[in-house]
Ligand binder design. Structure first.
Ligand SMILES: Cc1ncc(C[n+]2csc(CCOP(=O)(O)OP(=O)(O)O)c2C)c(N)n1
Ligand SMILES: [Mg+2]
Length: 338
């Protein structure tokens, strides 16, 4: 782990982001625990038949959403693929509203019309939740163009998996963002696998960052299991984006669960041993070690925080369970009209 605090004290890099104070570090742990506990409950609810359709869990990748969103302002924009529960929660959509959306209930953040892959919250500038691999990357360029056109200084942070790099829209969006100097950070979560089905692995390029060169764009490779490394890289990229320079970040991460809830834990494309080996790099364990080593939290405080998060997630499940289904008439209404 490369804590922003210690690393920045030693080096005198003028572009380094300000160190995060202890209360922000504790907040990062809370967010990572919230995503983990929320998804553990979502997996349970899926098994009980309370969640229908696709459901792609983020467990193992928490440091990516938490570290990168820590570098954003509240008025910045986010746009994501279908593996977006973590980003939605970290952005501040209440867990009850996210869980209710997974349950297809009227109280969900997309009024029960979107489900797991289509979480939206326009007022929090959370622009979804998109199911078509790579389809939302040009939308990020469009959001960036909109910001620039209106003379704003926000940025748009766009998440996608490494298989999206095979899609033409990725290349079109990067090219346009570079040529038009759009305030966008393209964040590729390279979790090593892009699964079309449980058995078919789609071709994925591993030298993602190399593509930036074709478009004359800055890029960086980042350890996605280290929340500080993600924060540091994202903060630099966000600062550059505000000056009109897009960046491509390749964040190397790993998902501990199957591709979606319909896949087994490790499938036929990777071994149980590989998954177990990767779990030794669990980003939450890494952050708790750091907080303990720095004397910022003891084990009792970490346990208390975890219990608080568990209670919040239990309340979210109860809320989702007790919420009504959308009324049939709402089917024909625009979500924003509800
Ligand atoms: C255009 C398109 N082709 C195929 C699919 C089916 N599909 C869903 S997820 C997925 C794999 C994507 O992998 P990656 O981009 O690495 O993201 P990850 O699932 O690893 O987060 C595929 C091929 C799709 N949704 N859209
Ligand atoms: Mg992938």
């Amino acid at each position: 782990m490369t804590p922003a605090t210690a690393a920045q004290a030693k080096t005198k890099d003028p572009s380094a982001p300000s160190p995060l104070p202890p209360d922000r570090l504790r907040a990062l742990l809370r967010q990572m625990l919230l995503v983990r506990r929320f998804e553990e409950k979502a997996a349970e609810a899926y098994a009980l038949g309370k969640i229908g359709g696709f459901c792609h869990l983020y467990i193992g990748q928490e440091a990516v959403a938490v570290g990168s969103i820590a570098a954003l302002r509240d008025d910045d924009y986010l746009i994501c693929s279908y593996r977006e529960h973590g980003q939605a929660l970290v952005r501040g959509i209440p867990p009850a509203e996210v869980m209710a959306e997974l349950f297809g209930k009227a109280t969900g953040c997309s009024h029960g019309k979107g489900g797991s892959m289509h979480l939206f919250d326009a007022k929090r500038h959370f622009m979804g939740g998109h199911g078509i691999v790579g389809g939302h990357i040009p939308l990020a360029a469009g959001i960036g163009f909109g910001i620039k056109y209106k003379g704003g200084d926000q940025v748009c942070l766009c998440y996608f998996g490494e298989a999206a790099v095979n899609i033409g829209a990725f290349h079109e969006a990067l090219n346009m963002a570079a040529v038009w100097k759009l305030p966008v950070v393209f964040l590729c979560e390279n979790n090593r696998y892009g699964m079309g089905t449980a058995f078919e692995r789609v071709a994925a390029l591993t030298d993602v960052a190399e593509h930036a060169k074709s478009y004359d764009m800055e890029s960086a490779e980042v350890d996605g299991m280290d929340v500080f490394a993600v924060y540091d890289a994202a903060a630099r990229a966000v600062a550059r984006a505000r000056e009109g320079h897009p960046t491509l970040l390749e964040v190397r991460t790993y998902r501990f669960m199957g591709h979606s809830m319909s896949d087994p834990l490790h499938g036929v494309y990777r071994t149980k041993e590989e998954v177990e080996e990767q779990k030794k790099r669990d980003p939450i364990v890494g952050l708790t070690h750091h907080l303990r080593d720095e004397g910022l939290m003891d084990q009792a405080a970490i346990d208390a925080l975890d219990a608080e998060v568990h209670a919040e997630v239990d309340a979210a499940v109860k809320f989702a369970d007790e919420s009504p289904d959308p009324e049939p008439a709402a089917l024909m209404r625009d979500v924003l009209a509800d």
